[in-house]
Design a protein around this ligand. Structure first.
Ligand code: ADP
Length: 500
């Protein structure tokens, strides 16, 4: 098929984006619209679902205009989105019935503690692949139905629809005709059985969620329905959906064992394909379904995340004021040969995988009279690389085949010094592609494969092009020594050990 025009909607936590992509994977136009964050109480983070939708519509209009493409010219639409965020709306009117509860929201921490005390941890891990945490959609939904009896009765009478952001956008794009989600998003709800590929009765019962309010779940590469011509001006098939991290994994063409990707944004997210056999992580990683769910059946992915990655660089800029842009961190860190004995653990909001310690806080070790801002900047970049190396080590312990190549994207992947540190500390090549819009590209590829633009998942391999590769330059002994210093610092802030 010649001259395809695929619209990829990339609905993120702070902005909604849209990209027009052609059959070579080239980006022809981009639109991006930020929207409001609501912090009604400490620990609570909300979005207005209507603002998510209007910002998405504006981003689409901008991208189409930038690419000089009319809606009717579009071949297909793909959606990728912030995961776990809960949207609830009225089936009759399509109006949101409550603020969207964002993935960052911690209001359900007490409910999570109750679930743990009631002994549900093992069942939840086995069925959903997840650890009990407010992060996931399930307890947010349980909280909503519990705190608003009118919504519970609306649910009982069939008037309520809920879903993650992909479901909400799909509903709006189809003019209310389709209430569905994909396996990757469903995997993050704590209500989905990743072994069976369907909503889980036991989990719904534990959380007292009536399954009738949930969307239909299907593989990422499915024809989910058509846009309503009153909404976008034409009837276009929506043929790919995936949560942002799984979409990025697909956009990085990480479809075979041994490959993994790391997205260096505010936090860092490492994902690796984990084969077609379901598993429970033995190293406190999360297991989900991947987007690569074509003819051969569903594929699993393992995932670990670091809460503070690029955010530590932001802190150098806004908290310490020692740089004026994130980019400057590279030159400042490069002005010294090493961190001068400084180790920085930027656990501002606790530690993520594999430690999972919400109570841990940040610390700096090894300061002396000769410590300079250069050393602090260097220790900050090292912290990002070391916490990512911990995730890769945990993945290597979990999977039969170790990671042999790390593909990178996200804002901080532009930092060459950081990428070299990552290669050194993980002991594997780190490869940055020419196009680092991998999240949006993943959605475009999923939609394009289903729509017949590309023949198969393998065709996407050919679209992924390496730009720069960073090879490890230190030996195993030095790597182990440096990681041991890092782990000693981690023990100081939390008492946790990798996999412990
Ligand atoms: P998000 O999608 O989470 O908002 P982005 O992918 O846009 O994140 O990346 C922005 C993050 O990356 C910020 O935290 C910023 O501090 C960091 N960052 C951006 N450029 C650099 C750089 N050259 N070196 C180090 N960190 C960087």
């Amino acid at each position: 098929m010649a001259a395809a025009r695929i619209l990829a909607i990339d609905q993120g936590t702070t902005s909604s984006r849209a990209l027009v992509v052609d059959e070579l994977g080239a980006v022809l136009g981009i639109g991006q619209v930020a929207f409001r964050q609501y912090y009604p109480e400490p620990g609570r983070v909300e979005h207005d679902a209507d603002e998510i939708w209007t910002s998405t519509q504006e981003a689409i209009a901008t991208a189409l205009a930038a690419a000089s493409v009319t809606t009717s010219r579009l071949t297909a639409i793909g959606i990728t989105n912030q995961r776990e965020t809960l949207v609830a709306w009225d089936r009759a009117t399509g109006a949101p019935v409550a603020p969207a509860i964002v993935w960052q929201d911690r209001r359900t921490a007490p409910l999570c503690e109750d679930l743990r005390l009631a002994g549900h941890e093992e069942t939840i891990a086995h069925h959903s692949g997840l650890t009990i945490d407010p992060y996931f959609t399930g307890t947010k939904l349980a909280w909503l139905l519990e705190s608003q009896p009118s919504l519970r009765s609306m649910a009982d009478s069939g008037g309520l629809a809920v879903g993650t952001v992909d479901s909400w956008l799909l509903w709006k794009l189809t003019g209310g005709a389709v209430h569905a989600t994909d396996f990757t998003n469903a995997s993050r709800t704590m209500l989905f059985n990743i072994r069976r590929g369907r909503w889980d009765e036991t989990l719904c019962e534990i959380l007292n969620v009536p399954s009738g309010i949930l969307p239909r779940a299907a593989a990422s590469m499915t024809n989910f329905g058509y846009t309503d011509s009153d909404v976008l001006g034409a009837r276009i098939p929506i043929t790919g959906i995936a949560g942002d991290q799984q979409s990025a994994l697909f956009g990085q063409a990480c479809t075979r064992p041994g490959l993994a990707k790391n997205t260096y944004g505010t936090g860092a997210f490492v994902l690796a394909p984990a084969g077609r056999e379901p598993r429970v992580s033995e190293n406190r990683l999360l297991v989900s379904l991947g987007a690569n769910t074509g003819k051969a059946g569903p594929e699993y992915v393992v995932e670990g995340s670091v809460f503070v990655a690029g955010a530590a660089v932001q802190w150098l800029r806004d908290g310490l004021g020692i740089i004026s842009t994130a980019t400057e961190s590279e030159a400042l860190a490069g002005s010294v040969a090493d961190s001068g004995g400084v180790t920085f653990v930027p656990a501002f909001t606790g530690l993520g995988a594999p430690y999972w310690d919400p109570e841990a806080r940040g610390a700096m070790f090894g300061l002396n009279r000769g410590t300079t801002t250069g050393h602090l900047a260097r220790a900050t970049l090292e912290a990002i690389a070391m916490s990512s190396a911990d995730l890769i080590a945990a993945i290597n312990r979990d999977l039969p085949q170790p990671v042999t190549e790390l593909r990178v994207d996200g804002g901080a992947s532009a930092n060459n010094l950081l990428m070299q540190m990552q290669a050194d500390l993980a002991g594997i090549p780190v490869v940055r592609p020419t196009n680092i819009e991998t999240t949006a590209l993943g959605a475009a590829y999923l939609a394009g494969i289903t729509a017949g633009v590309w023949e198969s998942e393998e065709a996407v391999d050919g679209l992924w092009q390496p730009d720069r590769s960073f090879e490890p330059r230190i030996g195993d002994d030095e790597r182990e020594e440096r990681m041991e210093v890092w782990h000693a610092a981690i023990r100081q802030v939390s008492g946790g050990r990798p996999g412990g």
